[in-house]
Design a protein around this ligand. Structure first.
Ligand code: ATR
Length: 287
């Protein structure tokens, strides 16, 4: 049998840490396998995923902006990919293209890891942002049984669209809010999640006054460059549990690695240190 190969597919992919992550696991488990990068321009995405077999890959990860194009090409999407209309993990099986959305799994597994007990709180989650990442997070929170999600966005109409997608059959578990309304309801939340691009290197900081958050609240950021975003710094300063986006990246890689290379890998301190060291070397630990 030939050596299984996988890759990260997106545009751009030069900054992706996925090759480092999967390379660590391949070496750690002593497996024959390769994990590379495939930069595919937006106008080439549809052709790339159609007839996927010709690339000689066992599967791939997919990052922005191709998660929707990847989903559209699937023969067998899993339930999560179908619910979100987006796939980030693909694999071939018997000539058919399977796909999953493991961002949801990665987000939840990271919270379980970094803030155990977070889901035992009978209180709303407050999510900022209403883009593709936000939909994955809202879906995951609802799947996990969080009773109510307050969804705040600069453009309230987008929050309303996301809420409408999830508030089916008369249930109103997602409450769309304007940005200001979200800030005003901070005191109700036990979990706050940033899914916007604010706080990313090169973008403005996410300026939220966290004073009203209860003392046992958890603050999570999907951003991991920098690792310590201004939001997380502020949360730690208040003594709150703060969960960074790097853990989500590490955990979302687990299901794909298992599909392509046959071993379910572990997210360990050693692995995280490798990635943190890379962020440090590039001056990306802090804003
Ligand atoms: P992704 O798919 O990665 O979530 P996206 O669809 O572009 O990316 O969504 C980006 C999110 O960041 C949106 O919620 C966006 O708010 P709008 O819907 O109002 O555009 C949010 N965002 C980006 N820049 C922002 C800013 N300066 N202030 C507030 N929100 C911002």
């Amino acid at each position: 049998m030939s050596t299984p190969r996988s890759a990260i597919v997106g545009y751009p992919v030069s900054f992706s840490r996925s090759p480092m992550l999967h390379g660590f696991w391949l070496k750690h488990y002593g497996l024959a396998g390769e994990y590379g990068r495939c930069e595919v321009a937006p106008d080439g995405a549809q052709a790339f995923f159609a007839d996927f077999e010709r690339h000689g890959l066992a599967g791939c990860n997919v990052t922005a902006p191709h998660k929707e194009a990847a989903f559209a090409a699937l023969d067998e999407p899993d339930d999560t990919a179908r619910a979100l209309g987006a796939a980030n993990t693909l694999w071939l099986q018997d000539g058919r293209l399977f796909g999953a959305n493991t961002d949801v799994y990665g987000f939840l597994a990271n919270l379980d890891d970094a803030a155990p007990g977070w889901d035992a709180m009978d209180a709303p989650a407050l999510v900022f942002g209403a883009g593709g990442a936000s939909r994955a997070i809202v879906y995951g929170l609802l799947q996990r049984g969080v009773g109510r999600v307050l969804l705040a966005n600069r453009t309230k109409a987008r929050a309303e669209q996301v809420a409408a997608q999830f508030n089916i059959a008369g249930a109103a578990r997602v409450t769309p809010l304007s940005w200001d309304e979200g800030e005003a309801r901070m005191g109700e939340a036990r979990l706050l999640v940033n899914t916007t691009s604010l706080g990313m290197k090169g973008k403005p900081a996410l300026e939220l006054d966290l004073t009203a958050l209860p003392g046992d609240a958890v603050v999570a950021d999907l951003v991991y460059v920098p690792l310590e975003t201004p939001l997380l710094k502020r949360a730690r300063g208040r003594g709150l549990r703060a969960v960074d986006g790097l853990g989500m990246l590490l955990h979302q890689g687990v299901p794909g690695f298992e599909r392509w290379f046959g071993v379910r890998p572990h997210v360990t301190r050693e692995l995280r240190e490798l990635l943190v060291e890379d962020l440090r070397a590039k001056g990306q630990l802090e804003a």
